[in-house]
Design a protein around this ligand. Structure first.
Ligand code: GSH
Length: 255
């Protein structure tokens, strides 16, 4: 039986559509992507920032098509095929791009301690910020929404405390900024529907948020707002059937 998630808008729009069209020619690196997906945007951002040649291929991961499951048995986007070998998991792919293309613009600092610090806070974003984001989005009772929102604000404050400015690591934009960017880009949904306010995080949050949202690579990989809204309405009603939505509903760790 087909689910609503299978009927999402089929392709990117706005600036993201232009970027997709500029990456339609066959390349050694193939990004299997869903235009709407924040995990995809992480890898898409890394490819754009490193200015690598890549081919963008749109897949609807909710359809679980056999050809795609052969690339990623988990059936999740992003996936990356490089010289006929497949990888998946946004954070792992980003590390791979860093290792495989040392001549391209680096997205990790040189200093060993600073690299580890970037990875530590990538882990925080992926475990704490992301989980609290979906809990806030999907919670239905006001009490639960407030509780989740409080967790999100706290997770963002802890992250912000570590931001040297203007970027996480100081002057160099890094994988830490990339890892949080897609959720910063989608915070407006929680602002509109769950009472999120920049003031709740406080400090330099507003500045950091603005800097991230105005980053050219972020703008180039962002579609038009109405198409995201369509998708997030199902999360707001707690009706989404994605693995992320199901894990959040079950109180489990995100896939
Ligand atoms: N941990 C994965 C990553 O970081 O790459 C998560 C990827 C993920 O959940 N992608 C979603 C997906 O493919 C789209 S945003 N969902 C298909 C499904 O849930 O069935």
């Amino acid at each position: 039986p087909s689910t609503v998630d299978e009927q999402i808008h089929p392709h990117a729009s706005g600036d993201a559509e232009k970027t997709v069209n500029a990456h339609s020619a066959p390349q050694d690196l193939v990004l299997y992507a869903g235009w709407f997906c924040p995990f995809v945007q992480r890898t898409w951002l890394a490819l754009e920032e490193k200015e690598l040649l890549y081919e963008y291929r749109e897949v609807n991961p909710y359809k679980k098509e056999k050809e795609f499951l052969e690339i990623n048995p988990l059936g999740l986007v992003p996936a990356l095929v490089y010289q006929n070998k497949a990888l998946y998991e946004s954070l792992i792919i980003n590390e791979f791009l860093e290792d495989a293309f040392p001549q391209a613009k680096p997205l990790l600092p040189k200093d060993a301690f600073e690299r580890a610090r970037v990875r530590l806070w990538i882990d925080h974003v992926s475990k704490k910020v992301n989980a609290a984001y979906y809990r806030t989005l999907q919670a239905q009772e006001e009490e639960k929404q407030k509780e989740a929102l409080g967790e999100l604000v706290e997770a963002l404050q802890k992250y912000l405390d570590q931001v040297k400015g203007p970027w996480f690591s100081g002057e160099e934009f890094s994988l830490a900024d990339i890892t949080i960017a897609p959720w910063i880009n989608r915070l407006y949904i929680l602002k509109e529907h769950r009472g999120f306010k920049d003031e709740l995080v406080g400090g330099k949050w507003k500045e950091y948020e603005k800097t991230i949202k105005e980053r050219p690579s972020v703008l180039k990989t962002t579609s038009e707002p109405q198409y995201y809204t369509e998708i997030y309405q199902r999360y707001l009603r707690n009706e989404a059937q994605s693995e992320v939505a199901k894990a959040t509903r079950a109180g489990k760790a995100l896939p």
